[in-house]
Design a protein around this ligand. Structure first.
Ligand code: NAD
Length: 469
């Protein structure tokens, strides 16, 4: 344990009078400590962002160069930062390293993204252009499942657009973001990226702070609503990337074995801790037994363990409250008459390990179907009527993404078009990229990230109308 993790404020390493413990979820023990930012330190970070803004917004070439250099830092230090992600988040080192590489891919994408001025009129009377202007200081708040990548999803477009940023990671996983601030101190001018750490209180201070014009938030629906309410008073702009309860609908022409392997991958990536992971599967009655068996086979074969160990595919659940919640939802389903076709219980020993779990003979109305479990437990629901299955898939407050699986891909695409969600996948799930807008319908979010649309979320639209008369 050490005080090697410092915040980054105005380009300098800043420690705090207080610190808080960061638990390694593979052991359940505090492994490191992170600074607990004071109110004055948050004010200093906001002031640094404000001071850096005029020069940063005025030099696009410098911004592109800096983002490319930041991408190179991610590629060069992927494994080193990957170790930090595994320590605080729990995911296997190979996945953690890929998360850092992904951060590099996003930074490079935005460094090279051209955002053309749109000319909507150019005639004898006037030339009218639509131009995207930066907003100022962005307050960015992130969750614990992809602690580094989700921060970079905000940082890359926000900075390219000419904004500066104060970033606050989840208190469960602050270390990789603190490291990000550190490794970019030589790459970005002081004040352009400030990283502060602390508990939920710090997030609330940020959303109520007078400096930021924009809040970019990724996290749960409940907190997202609080963020929106806090932003309303000052009419701060918000992007909210919130929870999901993604359905996968299997059609009656799928091959159960083949589809089960891919659906399992879409459900259990990052141990089910993905906002847009498959969280419920709808299966035609005629195929139900075969699909449940094939999913159970996948679950039983999965290698769960400490993310540092070779060959481990799935680590622990990230934190104790989430671990207890997954256990509670599984126990509730089993008490209600559902069957664990695989798993169904925590794994004995230290750390927050849970058996990869397939819940069969369960229906809408059970908490594990209706709520977001965000962990390694997947309910499989039988249907006899496709229209009814689509209605059930849509019948929630969530609307992040969903997928439809069928050998006849056109038919599957027709069904996918009826899903009420931000991304409708056909014969795949979790296929994300920096060029595709990602966001949710209904309670799953407001606005999108990624692609030019994600960048527009960090800008105000300005009309430049030049009269020619
Ligand atoms: P959370 O809402 O508990 O916390 C997210 C962040 O908000 C943390 O940094 C936390 O400290 C901060 N926070 C807490 N209270 C706050 C307040 N009042 N004001 C401002 N900030 C506050 O979420 P979590 O448990 O860390 O993350 C899991 C959730 O995130 C899941 O619901 C998941 O689906 C969602 N998620 C969504 C996306 C997406 O892109 N849609 C991506 C990843 C995760």
């Amino acid at each position: 344990m050490s005080d090697k993790y410092a915040m980054t404020i105005d380009g300098a390493a800043v420690r705090a009078p207080d610190t808080f413990g960061v638990v390694d979820p593979a052991t359940g023990e505090v492994a490191e400590r992170a600074p607990e930012a004071s109110r004055a330190q948050l004010d200093a970070a906001m002031a640094a962002g404000q001071a850096a803004y005029p020069a940063w917004r005025s030099d696009e070439a410098a911004r592109r160069k800096a983002l490319l250099a930041a991408a190179d830092v991610m590629f060069a230090r992927a494994e080193e930062i990957g170790h930090i992600i595994t320590l605080e988040q729990g995911k296997p080192l190979s996945d953690a390293t890929m998360e850092v590489v992904g951060a590099g891919v996003w930074l490079k994408y935005y460094a090279e993204l051209e955002v053309p001025v749109e000319v909507i009129q150019d005639d004898d009377s006037a030339r009218v252009e639509i131009v995207r202007r930066p907003m100022g200081v962005v307050a960015a708040i992130t969750p614990w499942n992809y602690p580094l990548l989700l921060g970079v999803w905000k940082l890359a477009p926000a900075l390219l657009a000419g904004n500066t940023m104060v970033l606050k990671p989840s208190p469960f996983t602050p270390l990789s973001s603190l490291k990000l601030g550190e490794v970019l101190r030589d790459v970005l001018p002081p004040g352009v990226l400030n990283v502060v750490s602390g508990g939920d209180r710090l997030g609330a201070w940020m959303t109520a702070h007078e400096v930021p014009r924009k809040i970019s938030f990724t996290g749960s629906v409940a907190t997202g609503k609080r963020v929106a309410a806090a932003a309303a008073d000052d009419l701060k702009r918000v992007t909210l990337e919130l929870g999901g309860n993604d359905p996968a609908i299997l059609l009656d022409d799928v091959d159960p074995e083949a589809v089960a392997a891919r659906v399992f991958g879409g459900a259990f990536q990052n141990n089910g801790q993905v906002c847009s992971a498959i969280k419920r599967v709808y299966v035609p009655a005629a195929l139900y037994g075969d699909v449940v068996d094939a999913l159970a086979e996948q679950a039983l074969a999965a290698r769960v363990g400490n993310g540092r160990d070779e060959g481990v595919q799935y680590g622990p659940v990230n934190n104790r409250p989430q671990y207890e919640r997954v256990g509670e939802l599984v126990a509730d389903a089993l008490a209600g008459g559902a069957r664990a076709a695989a798993g169904g219980a925590p794994i004995r020993g230290p750390g927050y390990f849970f058996e990869p779990t397939i819940i069969a003979d369960v229906a809408d109305g059970a908490r594990i179907v209706d709520e977001e479990q965000f962990g390694p437990a997947l309910p499989v629901i039988k249907y006899t009527d496709l229209d009814e299955a689509i209605d059930r898939a849509n019948g929630t407050h969530f609307g992040l993404s969903g997928s439809v699986w069928g050998t006849d891909a056109d038919r599957a695409a027709d069904v996918a078009a009826r899903l009420e969600c931000g991304t409708a996948w056909v014969n795949t799930h979790l296929a994300l990229g920096p060029n595709q807008p990602f966001g949710g319908f209904k309670w799953s979010g407001v606005g999108v990230e990624n692609g030019p649309w994600g960048l527009y979320g960090f800008t105000e639209m300005q009309v430049v109308h030049r009269s020619k008369q």
